[in-house]
Design a protein around this ligand. Structure first.
Ligand SMILES: [Zn+2]
Length: 147
């Protein structure tokens, strides 16, 4: 069957509309990171800063292994912890103290697992990112229910 010119045009418009709605992969990665960070801040709201142990200060979601745009660990919840803004933003993550705090929180084996995979590259698919996004939204919903 041959498409008429009008059919082709219609098809093109549908494609364009669909494209417009879908974020680019780069945008989607940022959207997912923002959501995961939001969850970590909620999860760790009552915990001290993972690095310096200060309490009652505004916290960021700080990565232990820094996030590369395609790093395997960028959304890994054990790799993200509530961290005061001073440690996260001005002390480059205060990583030596971060490690000590992290071992206390998740155990040496899990910390070593993170370190072993620190350079792993992950080619995220749109489906995987959307799955993390919906899982994270669900985690946020549940944590807000239990408040
Ligand atoms: Zn701190």
């Amino acid at each position: 069957m041959k498409y008429t010119k009008e059919d082709q045009l219609r098809k093109k418009i549908v494609e364009l509309k669909a494209k417009k709605k879908e974020p680019t992969m780069a945008q989607l990665k940022k959207i997912v990171q923002r959501k995961v960070n939001e969850y970590v801040r909620l999860r760790d709201k009552k915990l001290p800063c993972i690095s310096c142990g200060r309490r009652g200060v505004a916290i960021d979601a700080g990565h232990y292994v820094a996030q590369g745009s395609s790093g395997l660990l960028r959304y890994e919840l054990d790799n993200l912890n509530g961290q005061c803004q001073k440690c996260n933003r001005f002390l480059h993550g205060n990583l030596i103290e971060y490690r000590i705090g992290l071992v206390k929180r998740i155990g040496i084996l899990q910390v070593e697992w993170l370190e072993k995979h620190r350079h792993d590259i992950k080619k995220w698919t749109r489906e995987e990112l959307n799955e993390i996004l919906s899982d994270t939204k669900e985690l946020i919903r549940v944590i807000n229910l239990s408040k």
